[in-house]
Design a protein around this ligand. Structure first.
Ligand code: CP
Ligand code: NVA
Length: 299
């Protein structure tokens, strides 16, 4: 069987995603106790900071019987100019799977092309598929289903917003994005999602959030955009998810944030620390969904 990578949510069919969620739920409940990755090794290459992705992959690999090696890209020969292709071919001779977090999405595509083992995207400037896949699992866990639900995205049209567009296309829910002009999501991803489901971009957060079942945001300056943070704080004025905005959503709406968060910027403390917030379940579910993904791709 050819190896399978997970670089974007669109790499999965709806049926495959459903199977992953079933497996993740069994893993979360404690019913699943197998070690399908016993004796295997996962290389985890990080060119950007991480708390959740690094820890959830490392713990997940361990729980499935595998050993995980954390590799800071700066400390690898990659950081001194060794090519992605050579790195892919060498790692493929030692380990059984690679997760990578880096800047250019094309680097992850190159790694996956050259590696003979599964590659999992742990975030690029373009997308964050592991996060949003597990966020859809969280939606289904909290609201019973994603079918017929309206998801609102408020803030930057960044890697998370792009992955939500891919998820809307795969799962068929409605996605409304509110962002300032100039901060829209990737055009190609948006157009592709539009062919598949109801997606729309608004400038006014109220319009996106009205009657939504899920309200979602993320930092205004992503990793790599630190120099731009001040200008972005100005551009995103009025895009804070606060309790007034949440009041426009459906009464039982949930709030999601992939974390790390900046309270007082993209989200008010009263929302992220309030009763509608599901951010801790959301962080926990990274572990269960990624375990299902690793068990499926690597065994
Ligand atoms: N949400 C997320 O990916 O967090 P980390 O950057 O801490 O991995
Ligand atoms: N958009 C954020 C997500 C962090 C998990 C970033 O890329 O920094």
């Amino acid at each position: 069987m050819p190896k399978k990578d997970f670089l974007q949510i669109s790499d999965l069919s709806a049926a495959e995603a459903g199977e992953l969620f079933e497996l993740a739920a069994a893993m979360k409940s404690g019913d699943y106790r197998k070690k399908p990755l016993a004796g295997k090794t996962l290389a985890m290459v990080f060119a950007k900071s991480s708390t959740r992705t690094r820890v959830s992959f490392e713990v997940g690999a361990f729980q499935l019987g595998a050993h995980a090696i954390f590799l800071s890209a700066q400390d690898m020969q990659l950081g001194r100019g060794e090519t992605i292709a050579d790195t892919a071919m060498v790692l493929s001779r030692y380990v059984d799977g690679i997760t990578i977090r880096t800047f250019a999405h094309s680097d992850v595509e190159e790694l996956a092309r050259k590696a003979t083992i599964p590659v999992v995207n742990g975030l690029t400037d373009l997308v964050h598929p592991c996060q949003v896949l597990s966020d859809v699992f969280t939606v289904s866990e909290s609201l019973g289903t994603w079918q017929g639900k309206v998801v609102a995205w408020v803030g930057d049209g960044n890697n998370m917003a792009n992955s939500w567009l891919n998820a809307a296309a795969l799962f068929g829910f409605e996605l409304r994005i509110a962002c300032p002009e100039g901060y829209e999501p990737d055009r190609e991803i948006f157009e592709r999602a539009k062919q598949a489901t109801g997606v729309a971009i608004f400038e006014d957060p109220d319009e996106a959030v009205r009657d939504a079942h899920v309200v979602n945001t993320d930092v205004w300056a992503s990793m790599g955009q630190e120099a731009d943070a001040k200008a972005r704080r100005l551009a995103f004025k009025g895009y804070t998810v606060d309790s007034d905005l949440m009041k426009l959503a459906a009464p039982d709406a949930i709030f999601l944030h992939c974390l790390p968060a900046h309270r007082g910027e993209e989200v008010a403390s009263e929302v992220i620390d309030g009763p509608q917030s599901r951010v801790w379940d959301q962080a926990e579910n990274r572990l269960h969904v990624q375990k299902a993904l690793l068990a499926t791709l690597m065994s």
